[in-house]
Structures are given as C-alpha cells and as structure tokens.
Design a protein around this ligand. Structure first.
Ligand code: CA2
Length: 152
C-alpha cells in the first residue's frame, strides 16, 4: 500500500501560549487542542500530519526546507514572523509545495502592521478569523488540491 501523504503543520512564535492568555483574541483552546483537531481532520482525508511549533525563525526555515521530498503540503501559521520574515517566504518559495496560510484571528480587523503578510506570496490561499477551525479548513483545501479521497 502506498503511504499517505504527509502535511507539515507549522506554528510560529508564542503559539505555544495558546489557551493561557488573551482568550478574547485567540480563544481558549490550547495548541494541543489544535493538534488534536488537525489529527482528526487529516485522518478524515487519509493524510498524515507532522505538527510543530517554534519560537525561532531559523527552526521554521529549516523545517520548511526539510519538507521537500518528505511532505506533500504545508499549513503555516507563522505568528508574528508572518509580518516580518522574508527568510520564511524564500524557504516556502524554494520548496515549491502547496502551502496554506492560517491565522486564528482576523488580521484585517486588527492593527495595520498585521495587514501585510510576507508568507501570502508563497501560499495558494489564506484563511484567517475562524480560530482553530481555520486549521481544519486549511487541511480541507490541501486535501482537495492533492486530490485526496474522503473517508466515510
Ligand atoms: O492570528 C494569528 O494566528 C496570528 O498569527 C497570531 C500571532 C500574531 O502575531 C499574528 O499577527 C496573528 C501571535 C501569536 C501569539 O499567540 C498568543 C496566544 C496566547 C497568548 C499570547 C499570544
């Protein structure tokens, strides 16, 4: 049997704090809750996931580079690096994997500096404002893009 496609799910700085502070902005779910939701959604599509978080830009760049030949797609919430990181944009452009950008909050209802994303240029699409459900929608979009069959 061929192995299921693997999706790299990347989480950037401070997302390890989810569920502990600012629930009015980011909700009450923890990052472990987000991972459990992704796991369930991935199984539904017959996908595997590799779910990671780092506060360091270089880790995120390394993980994107290592996804080449190992993963079939990327879901990325780069946190604040979304608005600053040309390095992460370059890594995403270099690996040439379908990537979906996700944000828990609606960036466009927030401060002006959050309205620009470097990552978007390398993404097939952007989902923001739906809390943790956005990660499930991102997996739906990748599954559709990869032509995955849904499990009943
Ligand atoms: O809405 C998102 O998902 C963001 O990527 C979250 C980033 C923010 O810099 C982006 O503009 C939008 C911040 C993540 C910080 O997460 C925290 C969670 C709980 C408590 C404190 C921070």
């Amino acid at each position: 049997m061929p192995q299921s496609p693997c999706i790299l799910i990347l989480n950037g700085p401070n997302l390890n704090l989810l569920g502990t502070r600012e629930p009015e902005v980011y909700g009450r779910d923890t990052l472990a809750d987000v991972e459990a939701l992704c796991q369930a959604r991935a199984e539904h599509h017959g996908l595997l996931i590799d779910f990671r978080q780092s506060n360091r830009e270089g880790d995120l760049v390394d993980w994107v580079q290592e996804a080449r030949g190992r993963c079939s797609g990327i879901v990325v919430n780069a946190g604040a690096y979304t608005h600053t990181s040309v390095a992460l944009l370059d890594a995403l452009l270099a690996v040439q994997l379908p990537a979906v950008e996700v944000h828990l909050s609606n960036l466009f209802k927030r401060e002006e500096f959050r309205h620009h994303s470097y990552i978007s240029q390398a993404a097939i699409g952007l989902i923001c404002g739906f809390g943790k459900d956005g990660y499930a929608y991102a997996l739906d979009a990748l599954a559709s893009c990869l032509g995955c069959k849904e499990e009943a």
